[in-house]
Design a protein around this ligand. Structure first.
Ligand code: ADP
Ligand code: ZN
Length: 707
């Protein structure tokens, strides 16, 4: 929905940013008063205007936030209303009244439907308002209300606000090393001075980036302002929260999708009125209504989880920079492995480049070497080569800890019938079902569809004919159990470490040396600091390199460098073994040599030659429908209407990488453009001129991640 015109009734004063309720047809909806600029050139006869119904008691959208909303809507080709909904989530409208939440209360409903059963199963241990419970259980709100009426869900009244502990900049300042102090001093001074200042804080793993950017947070507190720290995976923040509390004397405010409505409402209100001084959150925290935001830190800024791939497709890293610009504030992108885009900005001087080239406390960078898998063809059921196995044995022998990294959840990525050759696929997606042996299920990692592991082949009916192909982390754990039966193993994936409490327990167990071998997906690459962990084994470094993805090389490099960075962070030296079939590849060589610049320079040149981001612009147009023919026809119509212009090329339509996703057939067009071209305007005009039927959805992904 776009902007609409209303009359202001006598006695009501309104300013841009105010929240209002207005009539629309027979309904009353809420909206925001926008600046005139956006509406220029519109003339509506005054007497035809309906009046605004009233002003809502919500903190107004500040001018910087309005400018940010416009930028996000324009840049990502989203509707302004869709962006405003992120800034004013439903909790904003709950007001100060008490919030009634519900939780399971014993008595099962008299009539049990599949939807009700699903709700009862999924809401175990959860609590929330009706809307949120429906979302959590993936059922309609009517189903949830039915369970309330049946007495299955019982009310729990929670207060709206609580007192907030205030972080104290002077609580426990660290003693910084010289290099750290210099970098921290510069950022803190920028925060104190105010004004837009973007930084790339590039520090090798273990250099103390957190310690250093905490000083920028302290500077914001000293100036009486607010700070925001964006983290890629909120479930993993327990160790971070402990460090924050040790530095500032209390916890910050957390913001993420698993908060209860009452907590979210309280956090939202406290951010708006300035009581919440420091917020740590997932990417959506970027749209919180800070009263006086002085600094935003994007921690692990290279992480792909900052890219939102549904609803408004935005990149939180880039929006964070834009928000800082609108708010006249400092923004710090902290990482050991910056994205090429970020590197290029820093090299141009658009971002100030701060570096921490050495680990804290004299710890050495790990010794990295490649294991050439062509020399060690995998034996049945074995994925750890003799050199890696020997290194694990030696590490365990010294009483130290090892980490095995394989970016694949579950037991096996493919289940095959040995009788008829059937590969078990998701019914909703172009994807194989992944066996999860611990939970005895097959699961689709794209739509969440699950079934029990069938006793016989679903295609030919043969019994005991299904075989698991390839390893996932559970299968590596099985191998470790066979080879080192005494070793105590922990699997670290989003299946096993799915809450802050579990993440905290994992950290405790590893620190207490109750774990000898960690086996994990990309989740173990993030932020952990385990001084006794001295060996990292990368089981399959080639995994991410297949497929024609622009960022495959960059992502593999970042992932391996990050996981390697977990080794030898304390007094004991670390060793890293990378299993690969292509040890001669440039990125493997750069990793082994500990020379990231060699990789980055080559990768940057390749992008420049091909005119790929950040040297050229790229957008993906995804055309999807439950009806395959409709999706194809619409995609072809869009392709046929593509503007012919210098500096613009269109590829496709072709089947998207996930040709079917959640039951929708997907076609894709890729648009590549010269930097000088106003790509967004071209796309808007182009797509605006093509009519697509109601059963077809067209989504534009600007700066797409995978293709
Ligand atoms: P990075 O994020 O750069 O990998 P961290 O911030 O996790 O590094 O720091 C690595 C370890 O060194 C952490 O345990 C941290 O507490 C410690 N550390 C870093 N700088 C200091 C300092 N100045 N004083 C005390 N401990 C520090
Ligand atoms: Zn699926």
């Amino acid at each position: 929905m776009g902007a609409l015109d209303y009359a202001v009734p006598a006695g009501l004063t309104l300013a841009p940013g105010d929240a209002v309720s207005v009539p629309l047809g027979p309904r009353v909806i809420s909206g925001v008063v926008w600046d005139e600029g956006r509406l220029e050139g519109r003339e509506v006869e005054a007497k035809r205007l309906r009046p605004v119904a009233g002003k809502l008691d919500i903190p107004p959208l500040s001018a910087p936030m309005r400018r940010l909303c416009e930028w996000v809507a324009d840049y990502y080709l989203a509707s302004l209303a869709g962006v405003i909904r992120m800034v004013w989530p439903s909790v904003a409208f709950l007001g100060e009244r008490e919030i009634v939440e519900y939780r399971l209360g014993g008595q099962l409903p008299g009539r049990m439907t599949p939807a009700r059963l699903q709700a009862v199963e999924r809401l175990e241990g959860r609590q929330g308002i009706v809307r949120d419970l429906a979302r959590m259980a993936d059922v309609s709100e009517a189903v949830v209300r039915g369970l309330v009426t049946a007495g299955t869900l019982v009310a729990e009244v929670v207060g709206a606000d609580g007192a907030l502990a205030q972080p104290d900049a002077g609580f426990a300042p660290p003693v910084l090393e010289a290099a750290q102090a210099e970098v921290a001093g510069e950022m803190a001074a920028a925060v104190g001075a105010g004004g837009f200042a973007p930084y790339l804080l590039e520090g090798v793993t273990g250099s103390g980036k957190t310690e250093v950017y905490f000083e920028a947070v302290a500077a914001a507190l000293e100036a009486g302002g607010q700070a925001l720290v964006l983290v890629p995976e909120i479930a993993l923040t327990a160790p971070w929260l402990a460090r924050f509390a040790a530095r500032f004397g209390c916890a910050p405010v957390s913001w993420h999708s698993d908060l209860k409505a009452s907590e979210r409402r309280a956090a939202w209100a406290a951010v708006a009125d300035g009581r919440a001084k420091v917020v740590v959150g997932a990417r959506s925290a970027l749209f919180l209504p800070f009263k006086d935001l002085r600094v935003t830190i994007v921690d692990e800024a290279h992480e792909t989880s900052f890219k939102q791939e549904e609803g408004v497709h935005y990149h939180a890293r880039d929006v964070a920079v834009m928000r800082a610009r609108e708010e006249d504030a400092v923004v710090i992108l902290a990482t050991a492995t910056p994205a090429i885009e970020t590197q290029v900005q820093a090299a141009k001087g658009t971002y100030r480049h701060l570096q921490l080239p050495a680990r804290f406390g004299g710890a050495q960078m790990p010794d990295i070497s490649a294991v050439d898998l062509r020399r060690y063809p995998p034996a049945r059921g074995h994925w750890l080569s003799p050199p890696l196995a020997a290194a694990v044995t030696a590490t365990l022998g010294r009483g130290e800890q090892a980490l095995l990294f394989l970016n694949r959840r579950g037991y096996a990525p493919l289940t095959l019938c040995r009788h008829c050759g059937e590969r078990i696929q998701c019914p909703n997606c172009t994807a194989w079902m992944v066996e999860h042996r611990l939970s005895k299920r097959l699961a689709c990692h794209h739509c969440g569809h699950q079934t029990p592991v069938p006793p016989r082949c679903p295609e030919c009916g043969e019994a005991d004919s299904l075989v698991a192909c390839g390893p996932g982390v559970e299968r590596i754990a099985e191998e470790v159990g066979r080879v080192w039966p005494e070793a105590r193993v922990a699997i670290v994936t989003s299946d096993t470490v799915n809450s802050p409490a579990r993440a905290a327990e994992l950290v405790r167990a590893v620190e207490a040396k109750e774990i000898d071998v960690l086996i994990g997906t990309q989740m173990v690459t993030k932020g952990y600091h385990f001084p006794e962990l001295t060996l990292v084994g990368v089981v399959d470094a080639d995994l991410g390199l297949s497929g024609g993805d622009l960022r495959a090389g960059e992502r593999t490099f970042q992932q391996v460098a990050q996981v390697a960075g977990r080794a030898g962070r304390g007094a004991k030296p670390g060793k890293v073994l990378i299993q690969t079939h292509q040890p001669q590849a440039r990125l493997m060589q750069a990793l082994v040599a500990g020379d990231p610049a060699a990789f980055y320079e080559a990768e940057t040149e390749a992008r420049r030659d091909l005119g790929l981001p950040p040297f050229g612009r790229l957008a993906a147009i995804i055309v999807s429908s439950e009806d395959a023919a409709a999706a194809l026809a619409a995609a072809r119509a869009i392709g046929a209407a593509a503007p012919q212009m210098e500096g613009l090329s269109v590829l496709g339509p072709a089947a998207a990488p996930l040709a079917m996703l959640r039951g929708r057939h997907r076609q894709r067009l890729l648009v590549q453009a010269r930097r000088s071209l106003a790509l967004q305007r071209v796309l808007r005009d182009w797509l605006g001129a093509v009519a697509v039927p109601g059963n077809v959805r067209v989504v534009v992904d600007v700066d797409p991640y995978s293709f």
